[in-house]
Design a binder for this molecule. Structure first.
Ligand code: BT5
Length: 239
């Protein structure tokens, strides 16, 4: 399927725009891009600061929601690849962050919905690209950065979008066999091999991050030696 890019100036959230487009009959690989979001969404009802200059997009795909964690990994890898031209220290942090020098530069939010023609997912990607660092909120619960700050100059969002979509298509080429995506993700992931605290919907878990399963779950080895699988959460350094 060809990629079709739909442009918007200001939206609440490109993920919400994408859901409207699905209801209106959009086909897979329709992509909606906005200059600015006024109600950009993170996970667990959190906000995504989306000032002008950032890259905000949602890619519509026809996939089952069980594949959301894999899509999130594939999208993180695609962002990381798209940033490779700049030779920055790019890593991924489970399950949905892309970081430069340990600071969050992009986040992914995959949402699913059931339409008349089956399962749809919206892969939302926000990149702090051409944003001066002082345009991001001061109070974020994780260290953050922008490409403009890291590079010390302007960033061409059109070029970045083109590279990002090409890298995403590339990642999803072998989507039936997730092993390649998961291995590439493990290789880039800073969370593995470290003692972490994971905040989940059910509470806080502490342990050594051992591996990431093909389902996308993070395996934590608890101090007792017991291993537990975490499907979604926020990884933090232990206090
Ligand atoms: C995410 O959530 O990282 C998912 C972000 C997805 C944004 C894209 S933009 C296009 C599409 N349309 C949408 O409405 N959303 C998607 P999470 O892991 O929950 O991280 C959210 C947390 O990151 C917040 O609670 C803040 O602490 C922090 N944060 C908010 N805005 C940020 C920013 N611009 N850069 C870095 N950190 C940020």
């Amino acid at each position: 399927m060809a990629t079709r890019v739909i442009r918007r100036a200001v939206v609440d959230s490109t993920n919400e725009e994408a859901k409207t487009l699905i209801a209106e009959g959009a086909v897979p690989w329709t992509v909606v891009v906005a200059d600015k979001q006024v109600a950009g969404k993170g996970r667990f009802g959190r906000r995504w600061a989306s000032p002008r200059g950032g890259l905000y997009l949602s890619v519509i795909l026809q996939e089952a929601l069980e594949r959301a964690p894999l899509l999130s990994m594939a999208a993180s890898l695609a962002v990381a690849e798209a940033l490779e031209v700049w030779d920055l220290p790019v890593t991924v942090k489970w399950p949905n962050d892309v970081q430069v020098g340990g600071r969050k530069v992009a986040g992914i939010l995959v949402e699913g919905l059931v339409g008349e023609e089956g399962y749809w997912v919206v892969v939302g990607i926000g990149v702090n690209s051409d944003i001066p660092r002082d345009r991001l909120p001061r109070q974020l619960d994780m260290p953050a950065t922008t490409l403009r700050r890291e590079l010390g100059g302007p960033v061409d969002n059109e070029e970045l979008l083109r590279r990002l979509l090409a890298a995403l298509r590339d990642q999803l080429r072998d989507f039936r066999d997730p092993s390649k995506i998961v291995q590439a993700y493990r290789d880039r992931c800073t969370s593995l091999g470290r003692d972490v605290v994971v905040q989940t919907r059910e509470g806080v878990l502490q342990g050594r991050a051992v591996t990431i399963r093909e389902s996308g779950a993070l395996v934590l080895r608890r101090p007792s030696g017991e291993e537990v699988e975490v499907t979604d959460g926020t990884v933090r350094e232990p206090a």
